[in-house]
Write a protein that binds this ligand. Structure first.
Ligand code: HEC
Length: 144
């Protein structure tokens, strides 16, 4: 009955792996924002690489959506506790710094994609700055 034991083992892994997050919880809400940002940034990357036929209006729309979302996730993180120590405050400030960096990069991307004639260096740079904004914070704060 070795296989039964394996089966039991697998279902435990599956259950843990599929842990449902309540979409109305703060975790669920910020997860939804992150996933939308990811979707827009991936579409923009496809345009950058020429994997999608360049469409100025579409690119502008995705950049605008990204800029709109870039400030949305942070409200769903718990505020700094009143009795926060210096280290906690510093960590919170660092997080806020990354958040601000992303928002600024996304706003710049939105500006440079207004009536963009084609993929050009300015667009590539602005998109890379956005991606750097994501990964900078992830390296520091995302535990996976
Ligand atoms: C200021 C920090 C910060 C920035 C900037 C940031 N993220 Fe995240 N992101 C996190 C953290 C922390 C998590 C871990 C999950 C959580 O805290 O809810 C995360 C998780 C995610 C997830 C996983 C969500 C899930 O539930 O599966 C995606 C996708 C994601 N981020 C995409 C992005 C994209 C795309 C950008 C840039 C456009 C970005 N993030 C910018 C902090 C950040």
């Amino acid at each position: 009955m070795q296989w039964l034991r394996w089966l039991g083992c697998c279902s435990v892994v599956l259950l843990v792996g599929c842990k449902e997050v309540d979409p109305n919880s703060p975790e669920g809400k910020r997860s939804a924002v992150f996933k939308q940002m990811l979707s827009h940034s991936q579409t923009l990357r496809d345009y950058q690489r020429g994997e999608r036929l360049f469409d100025s209006a579409e690119v502008a729309q995705h950049a605008q959506a990204l800029a709109g979302l870039s400030g949305q996730a942070w409200q769903y993180y718990p505020p700094l506790p009143e009795d926060a120590d210096v280290a906690q405050s510093a960590r919170q400030a660092q997080f806020a710094g990354y958040a601000q960096q992303l928002e600024q990069a996304a706003q710049r991307l939105q500006q440079v994609t207004q009536e963009l004639p084609a993929v050009n260096a300015t667009f590539v740079e602005a998109l890379q700055a956005v991606n750097a904004g994501c990964s900078g914070c992830h390296q520091e704060f995302r535990g996976y």
